[in-house]
Design a protein around this ligand. Sequence first.
Ligand SMILES: [Zn+2]
Ligand SMILES: [Zn+2]
Length: 338
Amino acid sequence: MIEIVFLGTSASAPSIRRGLPAHVVMFEDRRFLVDCGEGTQRQLLKSGLGFRRLETILLTHAHLDHILGLAGFLSTVMRWEILPRVAIYGRRGTIERVKDLIYRVVLRGVRPSIEISFHVIEPGLLFEDEKFSVYAFPVTHRGGDSLGYLFREKPRRPFLVEKAEALGIPPGPERRRLVQGEPVTLPDGRVVRPDDVLGPPVEGASLALVGDAGRVDDLVEAVRGVGALVIEATYLEADRDLARRHDHLTAAEAAGLARAAGVGHLILTHVSRRYREREIRQEAMALFPRVWVARDFDRYRILKDGQLEVERAEVHEIEEERDVLAESERAGAGHGGL
Ligand SMILES: [Zn+2]
Ligand SMILES: [Zn+2]
């Protein structure tokens, strides 16, 4: 099972109910913070997750709505030495901008009290162990240097209890060794091989997380068949020209990708205050049936059989949020130049 908690679901500026992009992805005891928009540390506290084990930060790209929270997050982590180390990953342009933010603004010549490391990465395998892997893949978005991340639980062969019973293998260490792929010798001298008691491999859970994107045709292979796809839906089709101009997607384009790639579930985020949540969902659902529009503090658990368990944050009416910023966005500003 892979779990994702949304800490911020707004595009470019926060709204009353939506913070700036940040997500925590969890698999067993591993945690990844993906993007760190302004206000992320307070969202972490409100979500109940806190800072524990957030030593790995993956950045999709260098736009300010995705990175400014690193300044506050790291200054708190360093002041209280909450974490022993923090490792920040992204493409070259992203890491350069984040280094400026941390070294020139936050630290200004002071030595960090914890170990902070920066890692320039390119598309490919990032982490792997016997159960889990994380890949980075290229995403086209204004300014270049963008990445998406694919979290994948490795396939597992289920243990067939009936077969073990029939072969007279007692519960305990013998069964554990067979699951680990080792043959065992029973007290009567018979040798049982893993193939005797393990079924065919079952795909594990998978989650693809795309930050901002300006096109989807180059993402189909990267996200093909994942259990859940998290992707931006900044605009609706009615504003497709704005989407092109600012290198963002419409809800319909995101849904088209979900359909073309045959994903299990589509979770839309990075939404603009100018639309109602319902409008975004309806536009996507015309093309793809299993659509969620994420809210701050939503939790989604992706299971290995493709099922999704959802804990929605308290229902609220986004449409009540028409505020000063929304007014200026409707007048044509916003989403540019970050
Ligand atoms: Zn953004
Ligand atoms: Zn962006």
